[in-house]
Design a protein around this ligand. Structure first.
Ligand SMILES: [Zn+2]
Length: 217
């Protein structure tokens, strides 16, 4: 595979999806940097995990303070007194208004500063859990807006957009990162690394995809 000479910024949380994107980016771009947003996540484990993975992969890691987001929109990912729940017809309590809009906008500002055109995010429409800012149409719309706002040709890359959870594991495997991602990423809402608590919605989704992929091999 020929690498793109352009520089890329990966929006990185330390979870399965963004870590897969990090490995994907390593194969596609000659130079990458990662950015993690601190918005008062329930578990500092998430930030520690992101720092460890970027260190393992020798990738420059930026941590940006976004605590403002939590002040404006308290949610189940930041507040232990808000239960993780999803009700029929309502957005899940893990949804944070404006999150991807703000994260990608700040990632774009950073990208332009360091001379990167490509911004990589692990958003995915396939297992759409009701998050409006994970939809392809939103990403495309934001891409146009960012280009106009900064007069710069950003390219937002979404390698997982049309993959289901089993296919995301397959991609990790093809990138030679299956074991690493399985053992070193944090997806669990209860802050437990790797296979997690096994009971929260994030663990159930991750486990279902993993089992489906392992059965299909
Ligand atoms: Zn869990």
């Amino acid at each position: 595979m020929t690498k793109n000479n352009n520089k890329a910024v990966v929006v990185f949380s330390g979870g399965q999806d963004s870590t897969t994107c990090l490995f994907w980016a390593k194969q596609h771009f000659s130079e990458i940097e990662a950015v993690t947003f601190n918005y008062g996540q329930r578990h500092s484990a998430e930030l520690e995990c992101a720092a460890r993975i970027t260190k393992d992969l020798s990738i420059k890691h930026h941590v940006q303070d976004m605590s403002l987001l939590n002040q404006l929109a308290p949610n189940a990912l930041t507040r232990s007194d808000i239960d993780i729940a999803s009700e029929e017809g309502k957005l899940p309590t893990t949804f944070v208004d404006g999150r991807n809009l703000l994260f990608l906008s700040f990632a774009a500002i950073l990208a332009k500063q360091i001379g990167a055109k490509h911004i990589i995010t692990g958003v995915c429409e396939t297992d759409f859990s009701g998050y409006p800012d994970c939809r392809d149409v939103f990403i495309k719309s934001l891409n146009v807006t960012l280009n106009l706002s900064m007069d710069y040709q950003f390219v937002i890359e979404t390698p997982l957009m049309w993959l289901n959870k089993a296919q995301a594991w397959k991609l990790a495997d093809e990138l030679g990162a299956f074991e690493y991602i399985r053992n070193n990423t944090l997806t669990c809402y209860n802050g437990i690394l790797a296979d997690g608590c096994g009971e929260c919605p994030a663990c159930i989704l991750r486990k279902r995809g993993l089992e489906e992929y392992l059965l299909s091999k």
